[in-house]
Write a protein that binds this ligand. Structure first.
Ligand SMILES: Nc1nc2c(ncn2[C@@H]2O[C@H](COP(=O)(O)OP(=O)(O)OP(=O)(O)O)[C@@H](O)[C@H]2O)c(=O)[nH]1
Ligand SMILES: [Mg+2]
Length: 274
């Protein structure tokens, strides 16, 4: 018990803050800030399931008035109607947005023409975004070989790196960067749920409960409660005790791979603060 018998209310102590801003991100932010002055086009990769909290406002400020193309990645995992509404909403703000499965090179190839700059022998483009958004996958799809390292976890690319896409286009891959402080609880659990934050930075039991509660409030019947998921998957150990941590990790993995259906966690016309 803390001094003077003060107790932290359970609802506060049970919702730990989720933050992640390692040194390499601060460094990357400086490098991106320097390099952005050299580029003609900035490709901003955003997970289509979180177009609001998956965008980094500090990167947006750096992009300024440069040619800016938004790529909504993981459109294969997002709700197609929600993605269409987001593209319209970006267009209304004067931004070109494409929804792609970045793992399909022929789909990403459509982006190639947006990177060329008339009258310039060599156009330079850079791909930016938050961790695990699919930036290196886009780079590989564009240059048609596995040149940039990609993995199913956040924080894989640690340094900026130039690649030659063609005789007329050079492309820079950059490390994923978050803001130093993710402002709201909703943005924190959503970024964890889409894999932008590494698992050691959050409690999977809490994030899985947030996903389940959010889906239930919206009547998304394909997304089970954690309890039902545990029952269906038979997560009961000998002796009847459930390994809640393991079950929560499996729940989040299933959500992340769209096993509960294609779910977008943010809608273009949803006023919900993130
Ligand atoms: N289903 C699906 N998976 C994707 C898509 N784009 C990327 N991925 C996968 O997401 C994971 C992360 O992709 P990366 O390209 O490494 O992401 P990144 O933005 O470069 O990540 P960092 O370098 O860590 O910031 C990889 O396992 C990719 O195969 C997509 O459009 N759909
Ligand atoms: Mg990368």
């Amino acid at each position: 018990m803390p001094a003077f018998g003060l107790r932290v209310p359970s609802e506060i102590s049970s919702t730990a803050t989720i933050q992640w801003y390692p040194g390499h991100m601060a460094r990357a932010m400086r490098h991106i800030g320097d390099a952005v002055r050299l580029v003609d086009v900035v490709v901003e990769a955003i997970d289509a399931r979180v177009p609001r909290s998956g965008a980094n406002p500090a990167l947006r400020r750096m992009i300024g008035r440069r040619r800016h193309v938004v790529i909504l990645t993981r459109s294969d995992l997002a709700d197609p109607a929600a993605t269409r509404a987001w593209i319209a909403s970006f267009a209304a703000r004067g931004l070109t947005a494409l929804a792609v499965n970045a793992r399909e090179p022929h789909v990403v190839a459509r982006l190639g023409s947006l990177l060329r700059v008339e009258g310039k022998a060599t156009a330079r483009a850079m791909v930016v975004g938050i961790p695990n958004a699919g930036k290196s996958t886009i780079v590989n799809a564009l240059i048609k070989r596995t040149a940039a390292k990609t993995e199913r976890r956040a924080g894989v690319t640690m340094r900026t790196q130039w690649f030659r896409l063609s005789a007329s286009v050079e492309l820079m891959d950059t490390p994923g960067v978050l803001v130093p402080k993710i402002a709201t609880k909703a943005a924190q659990w959503k970024l964890a749920a889409v894999g932008a934050i590494p698992p050691e930075r959050y409690d999977p039991e809490e994030v899985s409960r947030c996903v389940a509660r959010w889906a239930s409030e919206r009547g998304l019947r394909g997304v089970p409660s954690v309890e039902n998921f545990v029952k269906e998957r038979g997560f009961v150990r000998r002796g009847g005790k459930v390994d809640a941590h393991n079950a929560a990790q499996s729940y989040l993995r299933a959500f992340e791979q769209a096993k509960f259906g294609r779910v977008s966690l943010e809608l273009a016309d949803d006023a919900e603060a993130t």
